[in-house]
Every structure is written in C-alpha cells, then in structure tokens.
Design a protein around this ligand. Structure first.
Ligand code: FAD
Length: 297
C-alpha cells in the first residue's frame, strides 16, 4: 500500500522510525520491537539505512519484517556513497520484497569515502527513481532549522523545492525541539509553493546516550526547557525517561493543535517509549481521524 493516500484520509498521520541491527547481529530483538510497535497501529514504520550503502541489505530485510506484521514500511535509501548500479540493485531488492514506499536521501558524507560520481543530491536520486520507472511513493527529508550545509534556511528551501518538484509526495522533518521553528518553516514552504504534506519529526530525549548523541550530531537548537531537564536529570535515568516522555507528549499535543499533518516519532527501537507516547495522544488522534483510528488499542 502506498503511504501518500493516507495523508488524504487522515488529519494526522502517526508513524515510527527504527534502525536495522548491525550486519552480523541476530534480528530477533528487532523482530520483538516491531511486533510491539505494530500493536500500536502506526500508519507506517520507516527503516533507516547506513549512508555507506552496506546497510541497505538489512533495510530491505527489516522492511520485509515490518510488512509481515501488516504495517506499511517506508525504506530509507541513500545515494552519496553509491553508484547507479548499487542504487538500482537496492531499489530492485526493495521492489522484490513488496516495499512500495521509499525515503530518498542523499545521506551524510563519510570522511573516508569519496562522494558518488552519479548522485550529488537527494533530488538526483528522486529523478533516478522516476526515470527508471520504479513505481514507489517517494518521501524526502527536510530541515525546519535549515540543513547544516546550507548557507541559509532560504537557500535550503530553494533546494528543497527542486527535490519536491522532482516527484516527492511527502516530507519528514529532521527532529526539532522548538515548535515555533516548525511553524515558521511551514509558512516558508507554503510561500515557496511546496504544498505536499509535512510530517513533524519528534525525538523523545529519554536516555543519557541520546542526549549526548543528539546534541552533538543533529545541530538542533536546545530550548531552555530542555537544557534544564537535562542538567537536572542527566544522571537520573528514571526521571530523565519520565521527563523526556512528558516533553515529547507536550510537543506533540501542540503540533497536533496547530494542525500538523502528521507526527513521525524517532523511537530509537524503544517500543516502551513509543507505547507511552502513543497512549498519551491516542484520544486526540482518534478524534482528529474519526472512525479510521477508533479501533486502535
Ligand atoms: P539533500 O536534499 O540533497 O540536501 C543536502 C544539502 O544539499 C542541503 O544543504 C541542501 O540545501 C543542498 N542541496 C540539495 N539539493 C541541491 C541542489 N540541487 N543544488 C545545490 N544544493 C542542493 N541519513 C542516513 O545516512 N540514513 C538514514 O536512514 C537517514 N534518515 C533520515 C531521515 C530523516 C527524516 C532525515 C531528516 C534525515 C535522515 N538522514 C539519514 C540524514 C540525511 O542523510 C542527512 O541530513 C544528509 O546530510 C542530507 O540528506 P538529504 O536527503 O536531506 O539531502
């Protein structure tokens, strides 16, 4: 099933993002995670892939696993370290597995690898998928605070327009903690003539490890409310878990109140956190989406 029609059927799409296990790891842990996430009846689950291209095989395997639980997978595909042949084979593998939705990404540059001679931007990948005739629904990434390599948010949005014009049917945002950045971004997209659905990416900061990683890698602005939460609870795992869930729920309620077309939860393979957050906003989703969601547990 394609994901894009869901945005026409529902006022608020609800999805999770997971990452595949390492190439040699036993997939049973992620199997259990997917079983637990599927029970929460998300509209889809996205599966990341490594920018090196080696992760694509496991992305397909895990996307198939998601599908076996009756949930639609969105498989991430990167291109910055791949040539035409390897991207073609990753796409053919996804097609063979019955995957119908891909998130077309450039991927992060790896310091020890040369950039692809075939793909410079995610829009090149979108064009490639379209011209090769693959019948995928194609999603793209976007950045409410601007992509770190872009000179300005405006320049980034001009580039984003090239990507959406190439044939992207919905956008998933990078994580952010200040909803005002998302609302400003949404207005700017509208002025730029980008009118496809945009799902807000929310990352619950519930573990010390996430806090360190997210702050150093994502470049996301950290509001004072989060700084206080981290400095007070950094070494108190239970308190950080509860505070992180509460912050994410508060952020999501505000996003839904402001008419966000969907929430994409970066759950970091933690089904407990996904369950707590989903249950907290279930009533709101049910009311917004009507009967469509009413049978969710
Ligand atoms: P692009 O859309 O190509 O943009 C990258 C930069 O190039 C931006 O600065 C943009 O302004 C500029 N640009 C774009 N098009 C043009 C153009 N035509 N001319 C000039 N400049 C241009 N990484 C992974 O490795 N694996 C994953 O699974 C993964 N999943 C992600 C999921 C989401 C929702 C998000 C938001 C990010 C994800 N990433 C993932 C990270 C992503 O790969 C990086 O942020 C990467 O640096 C940019 O990828 P992109 O697809 O947004 O690139």
């Amino acid at each position: 099933m394609k994901i894009s029609p869901i945005f026409r059927q529902k006022k608020a799409v609800w999805s999770f993002e997971i990452f595949p296990p390492k190439p040699t790891a036993d997939p049973s842990a992620v199997h259990n995670t997917i079983a637990e996430l599927s029970a929460l009846r998300p509209d889809y689950i996205s599966v990341t892939c490594s920018a090196g291209g080696s992760g694509n095989a496991r992305t397909g395997e895990i996307a198939s696993m998601v599908k076996s639980f009756g949930v639609e997978p969105l498989a991430h595909v990167t291109c910055i370290n791949s040539d035409l042949a390897s991207v073609r084979s990753a796409l053919a593998d996804l097609k063979k597995r019955g995957v119908e939705n891909v998130l077309a990404l450039r991927g992060d540059r790896l310091p020890d690898r040369e950039d692809s001679k075939d793909f410079a931007h995610a829009s090149d990948l979108v064009n490639f998928i379209r011209t090769e005739g693959y019948d995928f629904d194609i999603a793209g990434a976007c950045y409410p605070e601007g992509h770190p390599e872009a000179k300005s948010l405006l320049e980034d949005i001009r580039n984003l327009k090239k990507k959406t014009d190439a044939g992207v049917s919905h956008l998933n945002t990078q994580l952010f903690f200040d909803n005002e950045d998302f609302y400003r971004f949404r207005d700017m997209l509208s002025l730029a003539g980008i009118d496809i659905p945009v799902q807000a990416g929310v990352m619950p900061l519930v573990k010390k490890g996430h806090v360190d990683r997210i702050i150093s890698l994502s470049g996301a602005k950290i509001p004072a409310k989060i700084s206080r939460m981290i400095s007070r609870f950094y070494d108190k795992p239970e308190a950080l878990m509860e505070a992180g869930i509460a912050y994410a729920v508060d952020q999501i309620v505000d996003l839904l109140s402001a008419g966000a077309q969907g929430i994409h939860l970066y759950v970091m393979n933690n089904s407990y956190v996904a369950k707590r957050i989903t249950e907290s906003v279930q009533g709101i989703l049910n009311e917004l989406n009507g009967a469509e969601n009413a049978d969710r547990p």
